[in-house]
Design a protein around this ligand. Structure first.
Ligand code: GLN
Length: 449
């Protein structure tokens, strides 16, 4: 029997923001705390946004001791709490956005970074329409304990066997029917527009496409809630799930593709001018995205592991390129009816923070449109075979951190504060990861040197 949520004294509410890495940080409170939070917000130290991946302070980012580790105010971004149907206990959740105590936006908060870009488009009378596609691997639940990914066993359909590597296999989806039924239901109750589900190339790899929305903040919120939902529903079904960019070296990586078009005040798609090629604005946006791609790479590929995904032939791009109906390029312009003329941005991994990916896409496009840049000719055929590309992408984390930190353009679009705080977090993570001597170093050197 449905309980009246307001009077359920056991009901709880999670209120959270995402840190730079997209990890959720916030508090769990009795549902009765909602009214206070709506009025006053929830206090969290601003340094929490700038945490490194392990939740440690980044002492060089200017947010910790210099400020007395002072609080920011997190205000909920939705009117109503969103149910958490996979939770054992009765629980709702709300995403929030952080402000400084004086009411100004806290510019390092990833959702504020995206909002800043959405506002820039609004000033021009333009509304971005965005849709996201998230790939992930389902794994055996043991993977979380052993910290090695193991494909899940197919327990439904044809009896128990390990999940296969079969792109677009319907049987593969049948094997996880109950899991996907719960994913779809959870999406419905959370207002997430889940469209198609696809079995991808890797063992236990799937993709879910979320419907386009004429509100990038909403598209970002949905992607964040979707990632939590997949992990939660997986656990209920005895699986684990990962959005890590490249969990298996020899298998397909997890991408986060973004479809993007722009509406004017009358609701017309400005990337369409009735021609087969699309409008001048489409070309300018593509040129800006290509030129800013090397320095934005850290937002598309934020982790050490992210760079393993960009391999020739893996359907993830190796340089900034574009083309019509071409899946080997970074920016694909899909074959579509004119009113749906759009760019599919194929660079980001599913491990990236969705808000930051969408913000970087908007910044790149705006840069091209404001400067009326022209792209080189579109690539026909295999982009991996292109020699001397004009905009090679950083293929290592260290290089991407440097390019990002040195970008005056990104500071202009996304704010100095964000660029400083993000670069410092990534530097700290890199130094922590490089301190550990890896297994393969011992295997190779210990007995021989
Ligand atoms: N759906 C696809 O085109 C495959 C994308 C690929 N898995 C990636 O890493 O981006």
């Amino acid at each position: 029997m449905a309980t009246n949520k307001k009077h359920d004294k056991n009901r709880e509410l999670d209120l959270f923001i995402t840190d730079l890495n997209g990890n959720l940080r916030g508090k769990r409170m009795p549902a009765s705390g909602l009214e206070k939070v709506r009025k006053e917000g929830l206090k969290l130290p601003r340094s929490v946004v700038g945490f490194d991946f392990w939740g440690a302070d980044v002492l060089d980012n200017g947010l910790v001791f210099e400020t007395g580790d002072s609080d920011g105010i997190c205000m909920p971004v939705s009117e109503e709490p969103i149910p958490v149907p996979w939770s054992e206990a009765p629980r709702d959740q709300m995403l929030a956005m952080m402000f400084n105590p004086d009411g100004t936006p806290f510019e390092a908060d990833p959702r504020q970074v995206l909002k800043r870009m959405v506002d820039r488009f609004a000033e021009k009378g333009l509304t971005p329409v965005m849709a996201t596609e998230l790939e992930f691997y389902l794994m055996d639940a043991e993977s979380e304990r052993t910290q090695r990914p193991t494909p899940p066993a197919l327990t439904e359909g044809k009896g128990r066997r390990l999940a296969n590597t079969e792109g677009y296999s319907v049987e593969e989806m049948d094997g996880f029917e109950a899991f996907f039924a719960d994913v779809r239901e959870a999406c419905q109750v959370q207002g997430i527009g889940a469209d198609t589900i696809i079995a991808e190339m890797g063992p236990g790899q799937f993709e879910v496409n979320l419907n386009h929305v004429a509100d990038p903040l909403n598209a970002g919120d949905q992607a964040i809630l979707f990632k939590r939902l997949v992990r939660g529903v997986s656990r209920r079904h005895g699986y684990a799930a990962t959005f890590m960019a490249k969990p298996y070296v020899e298998e397909s990586g997890n991408g986060f593709h973004v479809h993007f078009s722009l509406l004017d005040c009358d609701g017309n798609n400005v990337f369409d001018d009735g021609t087969e090629q699309g409008s001048d604005l489409l070309r300018h946006a593509i040129a800006g995205l290509m030129q800013s791609m090397p320095e934005s790479m850290l937002m598309f590929a934020p982790h050490l592991n992210s760079y393993r995904r960009f391999m020739p032939g893996a359907h993830a791009p190796t340089h900034a390129s574009w083309g019509y109906e071409n899946r080997t390029v970074a920016l694909r312009v899909p074959e579509s009816p004119h009113q749906a003329r759009r760019i599919e941005h194929r660079v980001a991994g599913a491990d990236a923070n969705p808000y930051l990916v969408l913000a970087a896409v908007l910044a790149g496009a705006l840069h091209g449109m404001e400067n009326e840049l022209e792209p080189d000719a579109p690539v026909e055929g295999d982009a991996y075979a292109e020699e001397n590309p004009r905009y090679p992408l950083p293929c290592e984390w260290q290089d991407a951190i440097k390019r990002f930190d040195q970008s005056e353009r990104l500071r202009g679009y996304l704010s100095d504060e964000f660029v400083r705080v993000y670069a410092q977090a990534k530097r700290q993570e890199r130094s922590r990861l490089s301190e550990r001597i890896s297994d393969i170093e011992y295997e190779a050197y210990l007995g021989l040197l």
